[in-house]
Structures are given as C-alpha cells and as structure tokens.
Write a protein that binds this ligand. Structure first.
Ligand SMILES: [Zn+2]
Length: 497
C-alpha cells in the first residue's frame, strides 16, 4: 500500500473502485486491493458506532410503518426513526449513509441454512456461511443440526454459537436435533439444548419417520414452547428417488420421488399434533397437495406454518435435464402446477416464511453422476433477488409482504421476535438491511463468499440487492462489500481522517 504516512484501510473483494487511485498488493496467499476513494468513503463508516441512514423508504411490516424517513443507529441500537427531513443529524464521529431510492428494512432472517461445521468444513464453515449471509442481506440465520457430529448436545450448540460469535458476521441461531444422531430412535436432550439457546428442533435432512417418535417429539417441543420443523419425506416412498417422479424422471431413467412422500407426512403430523398443539413447521414445501393440507390445517386454527425456498418457486424438474446435478435437491424440483400452488399459498397466507435451505457442496461432489451426487444448492447470496423475481416482479405480492416473509415472520417462527429481531423500532438491536431495488446484476457464484459454488442460477440476470447491512449496529456489509474483519480489527486503532 502507499507509504504516505496516512492510515489506509485495506479492503478485499472490492467490486467497483476508481482505478486512478487504487492498487493491489500480494502478501503471502492473500491479495489486498485498496482504493483511496473507497477508503475515504468507507473508512469512517466501518469504524463508526453511529450511522445516519438518510432518506430511504423505511419499511417495518410488524408495525405497518412505511414512509420515507431517516434512521439513526447508535451504540448498537436503533436510536430514532424520523419522517421529518433534517431533524436527525450525523453524530460527531458518525457516518452518513445516503439511502435515497433504497429500502431500509429489518435485517433479513433465514430460518433454514446448512453451515456444515463441524465435520464438513471443505463445503462451508460457520464463518464463511455467516459471511455469505451478510453478503445476501441476512443479519440472522438458523443453522440445521445435520453436521458431524450431529448438533444433539448442549455442548455442540455452544460450539456453533462460539464460532459464530468469533466470525463477527451474521447472527447464527441454532436448531438442535430432535433425536440422537438424527437417527429417529431416541429423544435428544432438547430441554438442555433449549437452556443454552437452541431456538428450534428438527432432524432436517431426514424426516422423523416413526409416528410414535414423532408424537414424543411434538410433546417435548410443546412443553418447551419451541417450534418443531419437519423435513417432510416418508422414506419408504422415496427409496432410490433422486428427482421428482414424473415424465422427466422416466425419460432420464432416474429414480422418482413422488409428491405423496411429502403429503402423507404433513397430513400425519398435523393429526398427531392435535393432542399436543406444538408449533409445527413444514420446511421447504414443494407440492400442490402439501399446500392444500397446510391451508386446511391453518383454516382449522392448527398451529401449523410452512416455508418456501427460491428454487422451488423458479425451477421445475426440467432443470434436471442433461443430468444437471446442480438441480438435484431434497425435496426435488417439481412441476409448473406445483409452483403455481406454492405462489398461491404465499399470496393467501398459507406459506408465511421464505427460507433458502442453503446447502453447500464441493464442486467435486457435484461432479459425480446424478445418482451419486449430493442433494442441495447454495442460496444465501442470491435468495433476495430470486424472491424479488419470483414474487414481486411477477406481481404476486408487494414489497411490504416480501419483507415480512423474510423478517418478522421467520423471527416469530424462531421465537426471536421477543429479542427484538425482525422489526425496526427505537431501542431495538440495530439489525438493519438496506436494499437497492434497482441494481441489476448477474449471478456469478465465483464472487460469492460461500465456500461452495453449487448454484443452479449461475448467469441469471436479476434485480435488487442488499447494499448495506448492520448487525447489532456493526456495519457488516459496506456498499455491497464485505470488509475483511481481521484487517478492520488490525486497523481499528487508527484515528479517523
Ligand atoms: Zn430438509
């Protein structure tokens, strides 16, 4: 970097900068890129503890607030929101973030991600997954317990929490396993995991197949007032299944995975749950029949909710043509009729939560033949734009509802609304996402912060992106760029300009 006696802030992964005042330097295996213009613009903001977000459209679906306003962050909390232009000023030492033309919303919350640590750190770590979350506009994620070892003990829950805190990116909430080793045979110590902060329980990746065990799990979750999240797949109906059962699977000669495998579990669980009244959540709903079952249960005032995933709204089984393993996912991509039913379910309030089911896998694993390749795709860094495309650009729902489905609704699901997440109001933790709805960009997984590249949307042209993200008042995404934490820390003692 220039040796001019000035304090330079090194930032990595700069996407745009003034080449006249920029340069780069290699040190060991790391390449540092710097830019005086970026530094001048961002130095103060990344090291400040107060920020004025000026002139954005502030949307808080929980309270119904939706107006052009200024939002002041100070000391980790939302200090004030004002619709009077000029009333709030930048505090001394604080930073001004111009938000004109942007939406200022509660930090996005993803209730369904796989961070792969412990056990499969070559796919993702808690740190890289939490970085991908922030880059995608998420301030909180809830990670699934299908790691190695399984997250089925309080000590493993605490391990994840510790790693997440050390990464200083998004908040990571933990879903504990409902059964030991997710084997479906013996109850896991859910009370003890709950006591150290597990927010939900699930054996995701696998369904709890035994009705007897399912009844016990629902009883425990009800007594703990924790949501149970089901991966709805009757394993006896999906033996050998690798994609949706239908004409495409028949033509490709691949094992079929019928819609009924999802539907019978939802139907069974809702019936089992009548005696427990546990909060029961259907993960990654994919079938028209499943939507109908959830709709009926909610009309019957059963405590049932459901989530959608971006790929199940935008891709059909046709994406598996040519044995494209990027389209192999569990549950599988379905049909146009199913997509229509899912979107209808989102419009009428049957589906209240949007998740990603972010499931990283190494390129070498996805390079296997279709039957042997693992299920799953990454989602954190493109989900927002994909949901905008599937739901807002299509006219299905408006921006306010989209934001609700990605903030207050998942916060309520996980019970973290009580901690002030999913909302924007004075005194609450400053988890805030600024979205530029007009920025048009091309999905390029090479630019992602996730360790994995298994994205079936590669090359798609999309619109809308998170440009600034605050987690507990910390400026975690700066003008679309993730500051390198270690470098920021090293320079934290520098004085401002
Ligand atoms: Zn699942």
């Amino acid at each position: 970097m220039p040796n001019d006696g000035k304090a330079w802030l090194l930032i990595s992964r700069v996407e745009t900068f003034d080449t006249k005042t920029a340069g780069s330097e290699q040190s060991g295996s790391a390449v540092f890129i710097w830019s005086r213009t970026i530094w001048i613009r961002y130095y103060r903001s990344t090291l400040s503890s107060s920020f004025l977000l000026r002139g954005g459209r502030v949307i808080d679906p929980a309270s119904g607030f939706d107006a052009t306003a200024d939002l002041l962050i100070s000391g980790g909390t939302i200090a004030e929101i004002s619709t009077k232009p000029g009333k709030l000023s930048v505090p001394s030492g604080g930073a001004l973030i111009e938000c004109e033309g942007c939406f200022v919303v509660p930090g996005l919350i993803d209730p369904h991600v796989h961070l792969r640590e412990p056990g499969a750190e070559h796919k993702e770590t808690i740190a890289t997954g939490a970085a991908a979350a922030v880059a995608g506009g998420f301030t909180s994620v809830c990670c699934m317990p299908n790691t190695t070892p399984t997250i089925d003990l309080p000590s493993t829950v605490e391990f994840v929490q510790m790693r997440a805190a050390a990464s200083r990116k998004a908040r990571v909430f933990v879903a504990g396993a409902a059964t030991v080793g997710r084997a479906g045979e013996q109850l896991a110590p859910m009370g003890a995991m709950s006591a150290v902060g597990a927010v939900a329980f699930t054996d995701d990746g696998d369904c709890i197949a035994s009705a007897g065990m399912m009844g016990k799990v629902l009883a425990v979750c009800a007594s703990l007032d924790k949501v149970f999240m089901q991966h709805c797949q009757d394993p006896t109906l999906t033996v050998g299944g690798v994609m949706n059962s239908g004409v495409v699977s028949a033509r490709l000669g691949l094992g079929g995975w019928p819609a009924i495998a999802e539907e019978v579990i939802i139907e069974r669980d809702i019936r089992l749950n009548r005696g427990h009244q546990c909060r029961y959540h259907v993960q990654h709903l994919t079938t028209a029949g499943g939507v109908e079952i959830v709709r009926r249960a909610r009309a019957d005032r059963q405590p049932v909710s459901a989530e959608a995933s971006p790929h199940h709204l935008l891709l059909t089984e046709d994406a598996c043509n040519n044995y494209n393993t990027q389209a192999k996912v569990n549950p599988p991509l379905r049909t146009d009729d199913d997509i229509r039913a899912l979107i209808e379910g989102i419009i009428d309030g049957t589906i209240t939560v949007l998740a990603t089911d972010h499931a990283p896998h190494a390129s070498s694993e996805k390079a296997r033949d279709f039957t042997a390749a693992p299920f799953g795709m990454i989602g954190l860094e493109c989900a927002l734009a994909l949901y905008i495309k599937a739901l807002v650009e299509s006219g299905a729902i408006d921006w306010t509802r989209l934001i609700a489905l990605m903030t207050i609704e998942p916060a309520r699901l996980l019970g973290i609304d009580a901690l002030g997440h999913g909302r924007l109001a004075q005194g609450l933790p400053a988890d805030v996402t600024v979205i530029d709805p007009n920025v048009s960009w091309k999905i390029d997984s090479e630019s992602f912060h996730s360790k994995s590249r298994n994205c079936p949307f590669e090359g798609w042209q999309v619109r809308g992106r998170a440009v600034n993200v605050f987690v507990a008042g910390r400026h975690a995404l700066v003008g679309g760029t993730l500051p390198a934490t270690a470098i920021l820390t090293a320079h934290a003692s520098f004085n401002a300009l």
